[in-house]
Design a protein around this ligand. Structure first.
Ligand code: FES
Ligand code: FE2
Length: 405
């Protein structure tokens, strides 16, 4: 009998990457509230199709301001409910007007005889939705749902939000684990930047070297710390660092008044929706925003080429070019990858916990923890500036921000 020596590696690969219903990682991911869209995506049409964790869903906003999220496929004959209409705070299929409430119950089948019992046995998947920081967060897991964690920068009423969206054709893990790879700043965002800028005839950006890196588990995930050569151990990046919130949210403090949450949500096994949630302290005297604008954060030029000199596009270039699902079983990790190794091990530990019926790291059920908000360890200043690569100056994009009233 032959023994498949690669079986444990293959199994680990699948446990880490696959997120569909019933998969171990999919069950773990469903323990968390996940963004399914930005509020502004419903500005033109209050019913849209969304894809999250391998499920195709219809998301809608009722006239009374509540939200619904149900399985996209109509159980009658399969038309997309994202093509449907809203009526009396219910979602109605466009084809034969079957009507669904927010719990997925079918309440009307108007083409059937008045005495039909058909609707009584029709029910579709339905999930709760909450709004926070311009995003719509849904819970696709088992009841009872935990609390939606109120992270400080997302709930303070003197802060405001705008949201970049990138729909990336690759597995979620190769996007999320980038946060646990501090060394890539020095190489991708500095060395490679200067190579790319040199080819474009642009001046180089300032480079720095890491003296050491460290990682620490905490209540909501892993804190990443780095010490730059030339800095003392009193530097905030070494003493405080910044976190990766589990399952896959990086908290990046560009300044004391501007913190970016990089939220990676698996659309399915080979697609990731990346929300770049900019949280900014509102300028004194400025009126509060009536909406949180959205914008597309592209990784390709309008001509379909990578943008090697643009910060976010550099990250997306290296992640997407790893392939639709990177085969982690054939990688060669080194000492500099120990943050990535810790992240994967901790994720798999959490997958095990969920299989044992326990809450994973970062799930919040205690209202006191959420009141008034959850403070996070986040350094106030980064020891490097990526000026020159932060925005595209070399590519000609049409207007990107969507104005929503
Ligand atoms: S397919 Fe939806 S009501 Fe007929
Ligand atoms: Fe990066």
């Amino acid at each position: 009998m032959s023994v498949d020596h690669l079986a444990p590696r293959k199994q680990r690969q699948e446990r880490l990457t696959l997120v569909g219903p019933g998969t171990p990682m999919g069950k773990y991911m469903r323990c968390f509230w996940q963004p399914v869209a930005a509020v502004a995506e419903l500005a033109e049409n209050p019913v849209i199709a969304v894809r999250v964790l391998g499920e195709s869903l219809a998301l809608y906003r009722n006239e009374n301001g509540t939200y619904g999220l149900v399985a996209e496929r109509c159980p009658h004959r399969g038309t997309s409910l994202a093509c449907g209409m809203l009526e009396d705070n219910h979602l109605v299929c466009a084809y034969h007007a079957w009507k669904f409430d927010g719990n997925g119950n079918c309440v009307e089948t108007p083409a059937e005889p008045a005495n039909s019992k058909l609707k009584a046995r029709i029910k579709i998947a339905a999930y709760p939705v909450q709004e926070m920081a311009g995003l719509l967060w849904a819970y696709l897991g088992e009841a009872p749902a935990p609390l939606l964690p109120r992270f400080e920068h997302m709930v303070r009423d003197d802060w405001e939000w705008d949201i970049g969206i990138s729909r990336m054709p690759c597995n979620w893990l190769q996007v999320a684990e980038n946060t646990l790879d501090p060394l890539h700043i020095e190489y991708l965002h500095m060395k490679y930047t200067n190579y790319a800028r040199g080819r474009l005839g642009l001046s180089p950006v300032k480079t720095r070297h890491h003296a050491k890196i460290d990682f620490e588990l905490f209540e909501y995930g892993i804190i990443k710390k780095r010490l730059w050569e030339g800095d003392t151990e009193d530097s905030e990046e070494w003493k405080t660092g910044h976190p990766q919130l589990f399952p896959g949210i990086a908290v990046v403090p560009y300044t004391a008044e501007w913190v970016q949450y990089q939220i990676r949500v698996p659309a399915d096994d080979t697609h990731t929706t990346h929300y770049w949630l900019n949280c900014r302290e509102r300028e004194a005297g400025k009126a509060p925003r009536t909406h949180s604008p959205i914008w597309e954060n592209p990784w390709l030029t309008p001509e379909g080429k990578f943008m090697p000199d643009v910060l976010n596009a550099q990250d997306m270039m290296v992640m997407i070019s790893q392939g639709d699902i990177t085969d982690h079983s054939v990688e060669n990790l080194g000492e500099s990858d120990r943050g990535v190794a810790l992240y994967r091990k901790t994720l798999l530990d959490q997958v095990d916990r969920v299989e044992r019926g326990l809450d994973p790291l970062g799930v919040v059920r205690d209202p006191q923890k959420n009141t008034p908000w959850i403070e996070l360890p986040v350094e106030k200043h980064l020891g490097y500036t990526l000026e020159g690569v932060a925005a595209s100056t070399t590519y000609d994009f049409p207007e990107r921000e969507v104005t929503v009233t």
